[in-house]
Design a protein around this ligand. Sequence first.
Ligand SMILES: [Zn+2]
Length: 209
Amino acid sequence: MDAIRERTLIGAAGLDLEPARRPTREEAMEAVRTLIAWSGDDPRREGVIDTPKRVVDAYAEWFEGYAADPAKELSRTFEDVQGYDDIVMLREIEVESHCEHHMAPFLGKAYVAYMPTNRVVGISKIARVVEIFARRLQTQETMTQQITDAICDSLKPAGVAVLIDAAHQCMTTRGVHHRHVTTITTQFRGVFKTDPTLRQRFLDFVNRG
Ligand SMILES: [Zn+2]
């Protein structure tokens, strides 16, 4: 876990930073009490007395992606594809992530396709890779790229296409309050970048239904 956390920090910052010390559970709960007080409430009030415990537990779930390795998920591939040589695509993978700017949820769907060469991967693994990157502090742009890179690096396919369509609660519930705006991000690699017909097929599959 620490190795992954360290890599993420260095990679994200582009700097050779010391890995951040992981606070204790008690320190994390104290931080939640501080935020409750900052909100204007009293952290000793009965209704919120156990809130720090619940928030810390929720964080463990929302951010479990730091402790998981997408490359490992994609490492078990099947070479016997029986001559299958077309798009493999997953539609409407749930995206439940948190923006790194406000730590507010952003929710939506991911569409992921790849064009296999001689290796395929269990389709649930693709959904798991989306989940691993989603369960970190993210920007939608970065996440789209990370999913694409992970599939390219592990499967060495002829091409990868990723589209994410999500609504950011930092935009719908605060600030500009645009309730119905969703954000679409895409990445196309390999044949999905060079072949417009193939890219259009992917987009048609996205829009189906
Ligand atoms: Zn935000």
